[in-house]
Design a protein around this ligand. Structure first.
Ligand SMILES: Nc1ncnc2c1ncn2[C@@H]1O[C@H](COP(=O)(O)OP(=O)(O)OP(=O)(O)O)[C@@H](O)[C@H]1O
Length: 291
């Protein structure tokens, strides 16, 4: 059974529809990334699924329970780090962790130490005096040690430097490997979660446009260059070059049907995502040389 399933979740703010008919299921042990531009509806979709924001339409179930009826028993199995990172002014990293520790009998002190050390968290510093990146790390350190079965992280990497991002990703990779945690993470930047995620959900203007295994995207997308001839009709972003060659992105690459003289190279996930976002642009005319 999927720990989390969403059925046609919709949220309107006045006449504006922030999320429209969002459906998806998140298999146990999967790591899904929700990508989309600013304002696409990522935070709203996450909050709707967790029942933190009432839906205008649709519903979700978490561990088989309707999202409007989640109680302490379900929340003990869910870890959620929100984008806004609100907390009490007087809390230090240590007092924050002590608070969380007291709430969860299954709290793993060893894991807490491992995370605090790996993320180099200043235990005695007040959260209000920490940078945004440090605060994000403190909030992650307060949800990971109770080993939630479902972890929902809203933009956990924004504001983190490269080294810290890697450290956080590593903690998450370790947790998933140890516990088979189901993870749902939102991000603007797919390359941040490249080593972590196995599923991509792409949301655009409140609509879920794509839900797919990342491996199948990697297998299907190729940048292809043909020394001559016409490109196949289904390809994207065709560029014609002065020497008569043509290059394009093939979103359904199949070596058996690709022109034999063509060369195909695999694309980094970031380029695949950009190609998806930009979509199939009209064929461009050959460049004009001005002498
Ligand atoms: N309380 C609200 N009242 C009115 N509009 C809202 C409210 N909350 C969100 N919206 C609108 O819904 C849309 C989706 O917002 P949301 O925060 O879900 O986007 P997002 O994809 O998380 O964006 P970002 O990446 O910038 O954080 C935006 O246009 C936003 O202005």
């Amino acid at each position: 059974m999927s720990p989390l399933t969403a059925h046609q979740l919709t949220r309107r703010f006045g006449r504006y529809t922030a999320v429209a008919q969002f459906s998806g299921h998140f298999p146990a042990g999967s790591v899904s990334v929700i990508c989309g531009a600013n304002g696409a509806g990522k935070t709203t979709a996450l909050r709707l699924m967790l029942g933190l924001l009432p839906a205008s339409y649709g519903h979700a179930t978490i561990f088989g329970v309707d999202h409007r009826q989640l109680g302490p028993r379900e929340w003990a199995r869910i870890g959620y780090v929100s984008e806004d990172l609100q907390h009490h002014r007087a809390l230090t990293v240590d007092t924050l962790l002590a608070r969380w520790r007291s709430l969860y009998p299954q709290w793993d002190r060893q894991l807490e130490r491992r995370i605090v050390d790996a993320l180099e968290l200043p235990r005695h510093q007040r959260l209000t005096t920490l940078s945004r990146g440090q605060r994000m790390k403190a909030h992650l350190a307060s949800v990971l040690p109770y080993r939630p079965e479902l972890l929902v992280l809203d933009e956990p990497f924004s504001g983190l430097d490269l080294v810290t991002r890697d450290q956080v990703v590593q903690q998450l990779v370790d947790l998933v490997a140890e516990d088979g945690t189901t993870v749902l993470v939102s991000s603007h930047e797919i390359s941040d979660v490249e080593t972590l995620a196995d599923r991509l959900l792409w949301i655009r203007r409140g609509h879920l446009r794509l839900e797919t295994e990342i491996e199948s995207l990697r297998a299907r997308f190729r940048r292809v260059t043909q020394p001559f001839g016409e490109p196949p009709p289904h390809v994207w972003q065709v560029q014609r070059h002065e020497d008569g060659s043509v290059s394009y992105i093939d979103p359904q690459f199949d070596p058996a049907t690709s022109p034999p003289e063509a060369t195909a190279t695999a694309l980094p996930l970031r380029d695949i995502y950009l190609a998806l976002v930009r979509g199939p642009q009209p064929t461009l005319p050959p460049p004009v040389t001005i002498v």
